[in-house]
Ligand binder design. Sequence first.
Ligand code: PXP
Length: 243
Amino acid sequence: MLLGVNIDHVATLRQARLGVEPDPLMAAPLAIIGGADGITVHLREDRRHINDRDLRLLREIVPIELNLEMAATAEMIAIAKKVRPEMVTLVPEKRQELTTEGGLDVKNKKKQLKTAIKKLKDAGLPVSLFINPDTGDVEISKDIGADMVEIHTGMYADEKNKRKRGKELERVYTASEHGMNIGLFVNAGHGLNYFNVKPVASIAGLRGLYIGHSIVSRAVLVGLERAVMEMKDLISEAETEYP
Ligand code: PXP
C-alpha cells in the first residue's frame, strides 16, 4: 500500500512567520528518503500554506508521485495542466475551514465535477475525488469519470466513542470495497495517525493512504525521515496482521 505524505504543514509553519523556513522543498526529499511513495500538496485558493513557487519547484525535484490537491476551479485546472502532477485530487474548499472538512458534495456538484474531470483527463492527468464514505458517492464518482477516489477517514479518526468509531470504520470499509468492485482505484485519508491507521491500512486492495498532520507533527520531535519510516512500518504491519 502506498503512503503519500502531505507536506502542507511544513509550509503552514513557514507561514506562521511569513518567512522562508521551514521550506517544504527540503521536506520532500527527507520524506522520500524515509520511504514516502508520494508527496501531496494542497494549493489553496488563498495560498495559505503551499504557494505557486513551492508547487513549481516541487515538480522539478519530486521524482515520485506528486499529488496535487485542489478545488475544481478554472484557475486550478490551468495550474495543474501546466505543472503536470502524477495525479490530481479534487477537494472541496472553504475559506474559513481549518482543514478540508468534508468530502466533495458529488451529488449536487455532479455537472461541475464532471466537466473538471474531463478537462484534466483530456490533458492526461489522472483524477481522484475526495469523497465521504458513502456508496452512493462512490457510484457517482465512477459515473462522472473519476479514475480514483479517496475515502474520507476523518469521521472515523475524530470519533471518540468506541462503538460509533466502529460504525464509521464500517462505512470506510463498505465504501472502499464498493469502489474496488466497480473498478475504481481506492485511496483513503484524513485524520490518520500512528494510533488509528492500522484498521484502515488493513483494508485489502486499497491503493494508498494520504497522511499529513500526524507525520509532520511527529517530525517536529523525531525528524521527518524517521516519522515517515515509522508510519510506513505501521502500514506494513497492518497489511500482514489483518489478512
Ligand atoms: N487527504 C485530503 C484530501 C486532505 O485534504 C488532507 C488534508 O490536507 C489529507 C488527506 C491529510 O489529512 P491529515 O493532514 O489529517 O493527515
